[in-house]
Design a protein around this ligand. Sequence first.
Ligand code: AMP
Length: 427
Amino acid sequence: MSEYRRVKGTRDLLPPETAVWAAVEATARRVFALYGYGEVRTPVLEHTELFVRSVGESSDIVGKEMYTFDDRKGRSVTLRPENTASVARAFLEAGMQAGPLPAKLFYIGPQFRYERPQKGRYRQFHQIGAELLGDASPQADAELLLMLDRFLRELGFRELEVLLNTVGDAESRRAYGEALRTFLAPHREQLGPDSQRRLETNPLRILDTKDPAERELLAGAPALADHLTDAARAHFATVRALLDRFGVKYRVSERLVRGLDYYTDTVFEIVSKDLGAQDAVCGGGRYDELVADLGGPRIPGIGFAIGEDRLIDVLPASFRAHATARPPVLVVPVGGLAVDEAVALGEELRTAGVPSEVETAGRALRKALERASKLGVRWAALVGQSELERAVVQLKDLAKGEQHEVPRAALPMYLESRVEAEAAEKE
Ligand code: AMP
């Protein structure tokens, strides 16, 4: 074994797993395009200040998880820990605020957080996300959630739970922050250092605590829902009504505030009971002040980020099987036939659109068939001298053990009809 190992918390993705990733990403691209989203690719490296300003000092990310280092000229740069801030920066830098708005952008790519690695938690992980900039309407929130729901259904998910909440507009949050501060002040000593700090910087974030003692204390805290302005209440009601109308199932979770500082109004998370401790597959919400915080005009936004690693961990088997399907045909030269002739048949099949592999390594028939079964190849096309002369192949169905002689020219059509017949049988 080599003395070089991958960096802790990172992963190598290899076939057939990469085929699953590619299929998930292709589905995202197709579904997002249905809603008018275009892809954005931002650099992995950003100035550190971008994340401090947007994700916020009170967040775990900025507080302790960023891969931050000085470049050779002593400027502090950070490997992006999330993509929303970069998208907002790119949006402003390209002058997209001039319109046409809203801008609809999606991204797919690696993110970096220095967290303690465990199942479902990596230091380099991958997100698929979308951002809608320039539309403050509750219908925009609902449409984004409909798109997310459609994407997950196309992947075959039926069991994911959508948790939904509102953290209110700026005024609601100010009022609630005060109420929470007043409630918690006499209990300050019972709070851990993180929450004590948040009491000053962003009391709402304390609701996010995982500490059992703090959770108990918070059970008696004032409710965010009681401090919403009429506008914030109406916004949330409209989002919910639309989700109800289109049958998107969700559960309102009043303690859901999300770990980043920039959220306003609608926030959501999608969790899977198949995931264990790290059960969040997707997080998102509205961020009406983010663009202004970054020095731009007051342009509202909403978005989500799906953790692709976790999503793929709990991907329905049917989607996975479809994505990892092997080429259906292995061409095997038999009886000492020149391997070149097998290569020629492989090329003929590929030209006709049939994915094929050729046994070029010269294995004996039995070994070649064993390998084909292991790989999950469905058919072996055996060609010997006699088959070559008569322009036929012996087609062996490795799943059923049957063998038929099929004219070489008819092979693509024959395979296609077999696949269709079997698909019809399944339905
Ligand atoms: P966040 O930006 O923290 O809201 O994260 C959005 C989604 O990214 C989460 O719901 C997870 O699915 C995923 N995610 C966040 N951090 C990690 C990590 N360290 N490893 C794997 N997935 C992660």
